[in-house]
Write a protein that binds this ligand. Structure first.
Ligand SMILES: Nc1ncnc2c1ncn2[C@@H]1O[C@H](COP(=O)(O)OP(=O)(O)OP(=O)(O)O)[C@@H](O)[C@H]1O
Ligand SMILES: [Mg+2]
Length: 454
C-alpha cells in the first residue's frame, strides 16, 4: 500500500485492550458494547442534548416521558446505553429493562411484576454501573440518617420530612413502613430483617402471608401497583443523595406482539398512566424512556396508536416534519446516520482494530470510501442502512484483511464486496442512497454489485 493509512494521528490508539476486545466482539455481533461506548459513538448530539435537558428538569423535581423510535439496528439501545452512562455520571440512579413475552407492563400472570423486578435488579449508579445497586442506595441513606440521629439524639427524626412527602403518595405508608424497618434493622445490626426488607422492595414476596410472617406487613408489591413503587423509589432517592431515577424500557415491540387485544390495551393503558403522570405533575424526580420500532408505535391496528388516548396525545404536531425536528416532543425519531458520521465510525473502528490486533491500518481513505459507498448504495429507497449493518460488515472486512497479509486490500474487497472493476465508474446516483447520505466519490450503480452476505 502506498497511500497513507487512515487514523495515523494516533488519537484513539489508547483504547485499553480489555475495552477494545469488548467493543470489537459486541459490534461484530451487532449488539451494544457494555463498556467503551464513548470510543465508538458518532452523531446523536441532538438526541443526547434533548435527554440532558430532561435530566435538568428531573433533578429539579419534575418528570419526563419519551419514546425513542427507530428501525431495527438504528441505534436505540446504543443511545439508551449512552443516556444511562450520562445519567449515572450526573448522580442519577438508572433502572433498565428489556420487555419480553414474560416481561410486560401489565399481565395476568405476573408479567408486570416481572418487569419491576428486572428494573430493580438492574438498578445502577455511578459506582455500581453493572446493577444490583438497591442495597448500596439504601445503605447510603441509612448511614447518613443514623449519623444525623447520633449527632442529635433528642432531636426530631432526621427523615421526618422525607417520610412525610412519601406518605402523601399512593402506597406511601407501605413504602415508608419498609424503609423504617430497614433503618431499624441496620441500626440493630439485624441482617435477617434487612434482607427481608430488601426482598420486599425487590418485589420478591409472592404471598402476603410470607411478608406478614417476616415483616408484619399485609401488603406486597404486585402486578397492578408496581409502578406506584417506582414513583415512590424515585422520590425517595433524593433523600438518599441522588438526583432522581431514570427508567429505561427497551423492546416495546413485545407489547405490539401480544396476541390478545385486551391484554395489549391494558399495557397501553399503563403507558398512558405513566405519560399522564409526567405531564400532570404526579411523578417527581422520574424520567422514563421507552425504545420502540416505528411500527410498534404507529400501527393503528396493534401499535400504541391503536389506543386512541395515546395516539391523540402523541401524534406529531402540525409543524414537525422530516428535516424539522421538535426535540421537545414526546417521540424522538432516530435519524439515519449521515455519510460523514459513518465515515468517522469506520475510521475509529479501524484504529481500534489495528491497536488491538497489533496490525497495520491497511485500509486507505479511498478503501474506506469504497466500502461505505458500497454499503450505502445497497439499500432500497424506502429504508436506510443501519449502523448495525455497517459495523458488522466493516469489522468482518477488517478481520479478513488482517488475516490475509499476502493479498492486497483491493483484492479482498473485490472478493467480499462482489467482483467489480477496482476503479469507480462514474454513473448515476444509486436510487438507494438515502437523502442524508452524500458519498464523497462518484456513486456507482448498485445493480453492478453482488449482495454481500455475512
Ligand atoms: N451512534 C452510534 N455510534 C456508533 N455505533 C452505533 C451507534 N448507534 C448504534 N451503533 C451500533 O450499531 C449496532 C446496532 O445498534 P442498537 O443495538 O442500538 O440498535 P437498535 O435500534 O437497538 O436495534 P434493535 O431494534 O434490533 O434492538 C450496535 O452494534 C451499536 O453499537
Ligand atoms: Mg435494541
Amino acid at each position: 500500500m502506498n497511500s497513507k493509512p487512515m487514523g495515523a494521528d494516533g488519537q484513539d490508539t489508547a483504547v485499553p485492550r480489555r475495552i477494545a476486545a469488548a467493543i470489537l466482539s459486541s459490534l461484530k455481533g451487532g449488539v451494544v458494547p457494555r463498556i467503551g461506548l464513548p470510543y465508538v459513538t458518532v452523531g446523536r448530539e441532538v438526541e443526547v442534548q434533548a435527554f440532558l435537558t430532561d435530566l435538568d428538569l428531573i433533578a429539579a423535581g419534575g418528570a419526563s416521558f419519551r419514546f425513542l423510535v427507530g428501525r431495527f439496528g438504528a441505534g436505540k439501545s446504543f443511545l439508551l446505553q449512552t443516556v444511562r452512562n450520562r445519567a449515572t455520571g450526573e448522580n442519577f440512579v438508572v433502572a433498565d429493562c428489556d420487555l419480553s413475552p414474560e416481561r410486560r407492563l401489565q399481565g395476568g400472570q405476573g408479567q408486570g411484576l416481572a418487569t419491576y423486578r428486572e428494573l430493580i435488579k438492574n438498578l445502577s449508579t455511578k459506582t455500581r454501573p453493572e446493577g444490583q445497586a438497591l442495597r448500596l442506595v439504601l445503605d447510603r441513606w441509612v448511614t447518613a440518617s443514623l449519623a444525623a440521629r447520633a449527632a442529635d439524639p433528642a432531636g426530631p427524626d432526621p427523615d421526618a420530612e422525607l417520610f412525610h412527602e412519601l406518605e402523601d403518595m399512593v402506597h406511601g405508608f407501605d413504602f415508608t413502613y419498609i424503609l423504617r424497618a430497614y433503618r431499624d434493622a441496620a441500626a440493630a445490626g439485624d441482617d435477617l430483617a434487612q434482607g427481608a426488607c430488601l426482598r420486599w422492595l425487590r418485589g420478591e414476596y409472592r404471598l402476603k402471608s410470607e411478608a406478614r410472617a417476616d415483616l408484619r406487613t399485609g401488603t406486597i408489591i404486585g402486578d397492578d401497583d408496581w409502578y406506584d413503587y417506582v414513583k415512590l423509589l424515585a422520590r425517595f432517592l433524593t433523600g438518599a443523595g441522588y438526583q432522581g431515577l431514570i427508567v429505561l424500557i427497551d423492546e416495546l415491540v413485545n407489547l405490539y406482539n401480544i396476541p390478545n387485544a385486551t391484554a395489549r390495551q391494558n399495557n397501553y393503558e399503563k403507558i398512558l398512566q405513566m405519560y399522564n403522570d409526567t405531564l400532570q405533575g404526579k411523578a417527581h424526580h422520574l424520567g422514563i424512556i421507552m425504545g420502540s420500532t416505528p411500527q410498534a408505535i404507529e400501527d393503528r391496528r396493534r401499535g400504541i396508536f391503536s389506543y386512541e388516548a395515546l395516539r391523540s396525545r402523541l401524534t406529531q404536531g402540525t409543524y414537525a416534519r422530516e428535516g424539522m425536528r421538535d426535540m421537545l416532543a414526546p417521540i424522538i425519531n432516530l435519524q439515519p446516520l449521515t455519510y460523514e458520521e459513518f465515515m468517522v465510525l469506520i475510521e475509529k473502528l479501524q484504529r481500534i482494530h489495528s491497536g488491538y490486533h497489533g496490525c497495520p491500518e491497511r485500509l486507505t481513505q479511498a478503501d474506506l470510501v469504497r466500502f461505505l459507498t458500497d454499503q450505502l448504495s445497497r439499500v432500497g429507497a424506502d429504508s436506510h442502512v443501519t449502523p448495525r449493518d455497517v459495523t458488522r460488515r466493516f469489522i468482518e472486512l477488517l478481520d479478513i484483511v488482517s488475516q490475509n497479509p499476502d493479498k492486497t486490500v483491493a483484492q479482498i474487497m473485490d472478493e467480499v464486496l462482489g467482483a467489480r472493476a477496482s476503479a469507480p465508474t462514474a454513473g448515476e446516483v444509486g436510487t438507494g442512497v438515502g437523502a442524508a447520505v452524500a458519498p464523497a466519490t462518484a456513486p456507482r450503480d448498485p445493480a453492478l454489485f453482488a449482495e454481500f452476505q455475512l
